[in-house]
Write a protein that binds this ligand. Sequence first.
Ligand code: ADP
Ligand code: MG
Length: 359
Amino acid sequence: AGSVVFDNVTKTYGHGAVTAIDNVSFTIHPGELVTLLGPSGCGKTTTLRMIAGLEHATSGRILIGDKDVTQLPATDRDVSMVFQSYALFPHMTVAENVAYGLSVTGVAKAEAKEKAEEGLNLVGLAGYGSRLPSELSGGQQQRVAVARALVLEPEVLLLDEPLSNLDAKLRRHVRTEIRDLQQKLGLTVVYVTHDQEEALAVSDRIIVMNRAVIAQQGTPRELYEQPQSEFIADFIGDANLVDGEIVSVDGDLATIDIGGINCNLRHRGQSKGPARIAVRPDAVRLSILSGAAGGDVIETSLKGHITHATYLGSQMQYSVTTPVGELFVIDHRIDTPIAAGEQVAIGFSERGMAVVSTK
Ligand code: ADP
Ligand code: MG
């Protein structure tokens, strides 16, 4: 498996009218599954197509496995790409579809056939080779497309929104299979999606893109627990963005005041003063202050009023009006729901909070 390096890569279209990628640098290590995640139009497909050699960088350098491929045509690069529309040839059998790429590169028929059988075996479709694509489900067709790319044994496998044509349940199933396969074979995979849950589920690392640049990169956990901007806090999972104040700083820990409650949070060099804090919905703790349920007697500096309470089977969701703003809250204690209209004391769990900006 090979590495992929982008070194200050810029890509413009239409003689500079559109900047699809703006001076982007990253490194993908051999055997890693790295996801490019971001809203539509942020430059994900352009980045993949540049790795594949289907587009050329306007400036900067691209390396695959230590080899500078910036000027190399697609046919001379050891990568294969599964496109968003993975269209199989409808008149060819599944095995012929998988063998097709091998035949094109001059592999002998018998060997291509054998490799296609191996490829189908890898994606769990042994025995399906003689069927037509139309005789397979959407998820199976998707796996055939992956097998077709795999049999080429590329240094790098590129997957552009490979699950976008599948329904939600199948998406979860196939993404797990792709991840298992990638780990079993030690493949370097660059995976593109706009779905943050999918990215969290499959990736070793995620590169989040926004408007042609990298907004933040890191492991799924780093991105979720230490978002460095409001964009990331909001894009990876849900977040309440509330105003607080950094009252003191000690190394990389800051004491934050939110509505009179003090929390010790990690921060990145911001000095004292007003700050925006991202608070995950399950980092807000609610306790009943009054009402028919006979709530606890709690001393608190931050109180709120439940405006909506929604039962969702595995969790309660609340909207709470507070002096620091409207909070969206998820509570997994479904046996003790709080009714709309109740007054509540509010507490915070520091694990689900991060300083995202200062003013
Ligand atoms: P994503 O895959 O993240 O949705 P793309 O890489 O497809 O984004 O596109 C990034 C930007 O480049 C968008 O503004 C898009 O309109 C533009 N773009 C992509 N391909 C072309 C092209 N062939 N010609 C002109 N503009 C393009
Ligand atoms: Mg795209």
